[in-house]
Design a protein around this ligand. Structure first.
Ligand code: ATP
Ligand code: MG
Length: 156
């Protein structure tokens, strides 16, 4: 999978997420960033599809973390939306470290909040272009787990 990819539609974003899911293992932490409406939740929907976990993946109004159990003996998906979280203390309250090891944990708006959970993480940034539905997804792997993720090369 290349480091930066342009995804023309929401459906493309979901299939990108499904492909990405094939690379995800229990213990993985994925941190999603990008502006409001960038497509973070849409990407998580694709990841959920690829992992074959129980849906639906929604944008939580009150619930901040939701566990989606596997439908096929795989790891559960823990989907977190940290948009409404104030800081470290509230992140601690979610007890994500308790589920981290056995789950795939994906955090929207997690930048600057959840890095302490793991030495390894996959950072995914989504950008939108003006006047277009297209989004650009950029991956950056941090730590030995993601050593083979091209993080400093624009193309591969
Ligand atoms: N190429 C694309 N990739 C992803 N979403 C797209 C694309 N084109 C259009 N969309 C639409 O943009 C919207 C993205 O909303 P989504 O909730 O996924 O964003 P978000 O980043 O999670 O927002 P929030 O910051 O509120 O959590 C959806 O309505 C989706 O259908
Ligand atoms: Mg969202």
């Amino acid at each position: 999978m290349v480091n930066a990819e342009r995804l023309a539609t929401a459906e493309d974003m979901r299939s990108y997420g499904a492909r990405l899911a094939a690379r995800l293992r229990p213990g993985d932490l994925v941190v999603l960033s990008g502006p409001l409406g960038a497509g973070k939740t849409t990407l998580v929907q694709g990841i959920a599809e690829g992992l074959k976990v129980r849906g639906p993946i929604t944008s939580p109004t009150f619930v901040i973390a939701r566990v989606h159990p596997s439908l096929c003996q795989g790891p559960p998906l823990v989907h977190v939306d940290a948009y409404r979280l104030g800081g470290d203390l509230e992140v601690d309250d979610l007890d994500l470290d308790a589920s981290l090891e056995d789950s795939v944990t994906v955090v929207e708006w997690g930048e600057g909040l959840v890095e302490g959970l793991s030495d390894d993480r996959l950072e995914i940034h989504i950008d939108r272009e003006t006047g277009d539905e297209a989004r650009t997804v950029t991956l950056r792997g941090v730590g030995s787990r993601w050593a083979d993720t091209p993080s400093d090369r624009p193309e591969e």
